[in-house]
Design a protein around this ligand. Structure first.
Ligand code: ZN
Length: 213
């Protein structure tokens, strides 16, 4: 396919301008124009669907990371989200769906246990009261408190708002009448990714065609 070559060629020509754009993408404060897919949140944080070279959906990442992958020539934009990044001499349409140019074998194993991945698994939703917040406004809660021997594991860590976190304190869940987990926390597997992709994707025409095949 000639698309790869075209991308590489374009990359050489624009490499300087792209360095600027990448700098801006990394530092987030570039001038963005247009409506993001999610109202009220920055287009830079909008989730982007990542497809393998084979068009199989394999991941979700933030728009900023997606933009960096496109600027590096690792991926190309398949669908745009409507907003445009203005940085230096470059006008970059913000991606909604990107596709890796080289096929990657995706292991079915669990992802790394991290704050970011737990928030992604829980869709930035407090697992006690159901409020959806930005990553910065959420904390992680040990379901079985650390003071009572609770471990930092996929099954014992959930996204939690600060007010639920304070309310729960060091108590056990069954000691608290009004607090209940929305769902059992599970490790983040490819199955989880697919489930999340479908949940987000069902509301987004750009994503839907890649998710139901
Ligand atoms: Zn809460």
């Amino acid at each position: 396919m000639s698309l790869g070559k075209a991308t590489v060629h374009a990359r050489k020509q624009k490499s300087l301008a792209k360095c600027h754009a990448m700098h801006h993408a990394h530092h987030a404060q570039s001038h963005l124009v247009g409506e993001g897919r999610t109202r009220g949140s920055s287009p830079m944080q909008t989730p982007v669907l990542v497809l393998n070279a084979s068009y199989e959906p394999i991941n979700i990442c933030g728009a900023r990371r997606a933009l960096v992958l496109v600027l590096k020539g690792v991926a190309r934009t398949e669908e745009e989200q409507g907003a445009v990044l203005h940085a230096a001499q470059v006008r970059m349409p913000m991606p909604s769906v990107i596709r890796l140019l080289e096929y990657r074998r995706i292991p079915h194993q669990t992802r790394a246990l991290s704050r970011k991945n737990i928030l992604l698994r829980d869709r930035n939703t407090c697992q006690y009261c159901g409020i959806v917040l930005t990553s910065g406004e959420l904390t992680l809660d040990h379901v079985l408190p650390r003071s009572r021997g609770g471990q930092s594991t996929w099954e014992n860590l959930v996204a939690c708002c600060h007010s639920c976190n304070r309310r729960k304190g060091n108590q056990l869940l069954h000691e608290l009448k009004e607090m209940k987990l929305m769902r059992e926390p599970h490790p983040f597997t490819l199955h989880t990714s697919r489930h999340i992709m479908r949940m987000i994707g069902s509301a987004d025409a750009n994503w839907r065609k890649y998710l139901y095949y």
